[in-house]
Design a protein around this ligand. Structure first.
Ligand code: NAP
Length: 234
């Protein structure tokens, strides 16, 4: 069991962190979404879908993780820092998935020096090398434009990174979910309706409701938002 690096969370959230604290190896996804299943507006604005309590939770998750994984779309739209600021705790490695070499070296995660960054590139001559960032080449799934999430996990395990927080966006979390590469999924729902926008979870459909994914779930109030914690391994 690890000691929590941050001050004890509110009592009603203690159970939320217990399985993550107790296991040395996990892959947990997170999305903050609207009632209509959007994680951002059509233009990509996602600050902020959910409220302060969920942002605190995100930073606790970062502090618990060895690595945060995000897709190229999130870096392109948000230019995020992906550091731990709202709670105590170490900054994890920032891992950026860029299978088709679309990211410029000027993004903050490659230049700000606030934490280390690993760019996972699917293009052998697309690399970023700065004081805080290095690149590793990962071949894409055969005939596809994307990585196999299992290959991403193996690559990180080989570097002894075992607590993995998949922080977005919708495409990235959906790929990990679709390929059974998540142990847990946190979906925080805010009482807001965005309308047309960037989708959260997007999987191939099923015909009957008994084929739908309905894992054991607990839910936790986070201010006016509700976070659903899906246990995908029970
Ligand atoms: N509300 C939230 O919780 C939240 C969290 C994060 C981000 N966001 C918002 O979400 C938006 C971005 O999300 P998004 O769904 O459009 O994009 P995304 O998931 O951030 O990035 C998707 C791209 O990353 C690459 N990628 C991801 N997983 C991959 C895999 N397994 N293999 C290979 N490549 C992979 C691909 O790049 P290529 O297309 O180049 O192949 C893919 O198109 C932004 O507007 C951001 O603000 C919201």
């Amino acid at each position: 069991m690890m000691t929590l690096p941050f001050a004890p969370p509110p009592d009603h959230l203690a159970e939320l962190y217990a399985p993550l604290e107790q296991s040395g190896s996990w892959v947990t996804g997170h999305l903050g979404q609207s009632l209509d299943g959007r994680i951002a507006t059509l233009s990509g604005a996602s600050c902020y879908v959910t409220a302060a309590e969920n942002l605190d939770h995100l930073h606790r998750m970062r502090a618990l993780a060895d690595a945060i994984v995000v897709g190229a779309g999130t870096v392109e739209h948000d230019n995020p820092r992906l550091t731990v600021r709202r709670v105590e705790g170490p900054n994890p490695l920032r891992v950026i998935l860029d299978p088709n070499g679309r990211l410029e070296a000027s993004h903050g995660v490659f230049t700000d020096g606030l934490a280390e960054t690993l760019l996972v590139s699917g293009v052998s001559d697309h690399a970023v090398s700065t004081a805080c960032a290095q690149t590793v080449f990962l071949p894409k799934a055969s005939g596809a434009r994307h990585f196999r999430p299992a290959d991403v996990i193996t690559l990180l395990h080989e570097r002894d990174l075992r607590r993995l927080f998949i922080e977005g966006g919708g495409i990235t979390v959906s790929r990990f979910l679709q390929t059974d590469c998540l142990d847990r999924l946190h979906i925080c729902i805010a009482p807001v309706i965005i309308g047309e926008g960037i989708r959260g979870i997007d999987l191939p459909g099923c015909e009957h409701m008994d084929q739908a994914l309905r894992p054991p779930t607990r839910h936790y109030e986070m201010g006016a938002d509700v976070l659903f914690d899906l246990d995908l391994r029970s």
